[in-house]
Design a protein around this ligand. Structure first.
Ligand SMILES: [Zn+2]
Length: 424
């Protein structure tokens, strides 16, 4: 089962991840150049969760002697904590939802405060010139007018991807030869999905059935392509996997802290290249021939981005034991959603559980970090280094204090803390 185990830490990490993927398909979201290791996994008998836990423990023990970089060790310790938590669940152990969020994702189980949601309601009401009580109905009217048909979705995706790529290349050194191929599909459970294929290439599946408002479309495009998921994966492949030879960077693992950074980058991607939603709408009018009203539509779109209630709904369902029908009512009331949208939100949170927490937590952390400086030189570490939400927040504090540089002395303190957590 584990022939050749113990020769290379990074390779063993990938081997463990691929074995876990056999127990929980989809655990490995992306795998670069996997043939050699995957063949070893395919040829070996499946391992039990208990056997894999022992291997995860072995990797933790070997961290200190085999991984020299502080930053890398700190990141990998947090990743292993997430993997071990998944293995505990696979062994049938009960882990509370709050603990799962902390252990898997290195974030706190916090809901978006009601005041923040209410402010978004007020902003929508003021943009659409109605009372806050009428905001939901007015918003649905606005969405109907904004709806984009499948023909225009194809055209807009291509144009927006092209422009987002051009702008991203002025902020970040994109790998030579990187490429995104768009593939248009029907009836998928998402609006768009990035499949990172390795060698700096992605295929993004675009769901033509997804009802989307025009003003919201650029956010999805940037999230999946530039400077979102594709860009992050391509830069990590170049910096971590190829330049440093970190084999663990060959995989992206569901249920681990790295997902929070990825979703956070995806959530702020559009802001990074297009600025405010009003600026975005101006660009759409000029280049796509749309007739958006930048101030009004921009205000609605930005308020809608704040109305991301997936974390709240997930906590209601999985932590607080709220019934499905009450979660649907909550989504309608606080997310200003139609019955159909609320059903989709609840179905998403039922299916993805703790993962639904990554979007808002990641967005807030990445946004706070990006706000620390006017220039863009700090973006490369965000894309090219191994970060968790805690280390990114620490980096933000250091940048704000004018001590911006690599994650410095405080790293070892954080590592001590995380070592204690993994043992407890
Ligand atoms: Zn995403």
């Amino acid at each position: 089962m584990f022939a050749e185990w113990g020769q290379n830490w990074g390779e063993d990490y990938v081997l463990l991840a691929l074995q876990m993927d056999r127990l929980q398909p989809g655990f490995v979201d992306m795998c670069l150049d996997p043939d050699r290791i995957r063949r070893r996994v395919d040829l070996s008998p499946p391992a039990s969760a208990s056997q894999l836990s022992a291997r995860a423990g072995d990797l933790v023990v070997r961290l200190d002697s085999e991984i020299r970089s502080d930053k890398r060790r700190c990141f990998l310790r947090a990743q292993l904590r997430g993997m071990e938590t998944t293995l505990r669940k696979l062994r049938g152990e009960h882990i509370s939802f709050s603990d799962e969020i902390k252990l898997c994702y290195d974030i706190e189980p916090e809901a978006v405060p009601q005041e923040r949601l209410r402010k978004a309601h007020d902003d929508i009401a003021s943009a659409l010139r109605c009372s806050s009580a009428e905001a939901g109905e007015a918003l649905q009217g606005w969405k109907r007018i904004q709806a984009v048909d499948s023909l225009r979705i194809r055209r807009y995706w291509r144009a927006l991807t092209h422009e987002a790529r051009r702008r991203s290349s002025t902020l970040l050194p994109l790998p030579e030869g990187e490429q995104v191929a768009l593939s248009f599909v029907y009836k998928a459970p998402w609006s768009g999905y990035n499949w990172y294929l390795g060698d700096f290439k992605s295929r993004v599946d675009v769901n033509l059935n997804a009802r989307r408002s025009l003003a919201d479309l650029p956010y999805i495009v940037c999230h999946e392509t530039y400077p979102g998921h594709h860009t992050e994966r391509a830069i990590k492949e170049r910096e971590l996997y190829r330049r440093h030879g970190y084999l663990e960077a060959a995989v992206l693992l569901y249920g681990t802290p790295e997902c929070v950074i990825s979703e956070g980058i995806g959530q702020v991607a559009c802001e990074l290249v297009f600025g405010s939603a009003a600026d975005m709408a101006e660009w759409c009018n000029a280049e796509l021939g749309t007739s958006l009203r930048p101030k009004r539509d921009g205000q609605v779109v930005e308020a809608l981005r704040e109305l991301d209630i997936r974390a709240n709904v997930s906590l209601l369902l999985h932590r607080d034991g709220v019934s499905r029908s009450d979660a649907v009512l909550y989504s309608r009331r606080f997310g200003l959603q139609t019955a159909g949208e609320a059903e989709q939100t609840v179905a998403f949170c039922e299916r993805f559980g703790a993962y639904a927490m990554t979007y808002v937590a990641g967005r807030d952390a990445v946004r706070a970090y990006c706000g620390t400086r006017q220039d863009t030189s700090h973006l490369l570490p965000l894309y090219g280094e191994q970060l968790t939400c805690s280390t990114l927040s620490q980096l933000t504090v250091e940048c704000n204090a004018g001590r911006d540089g690599p994650l410095s002395a405080s790293h070892s303190q954080r590592e001590d803390r995380s070592r204690q957590q993994i043992r407890s």
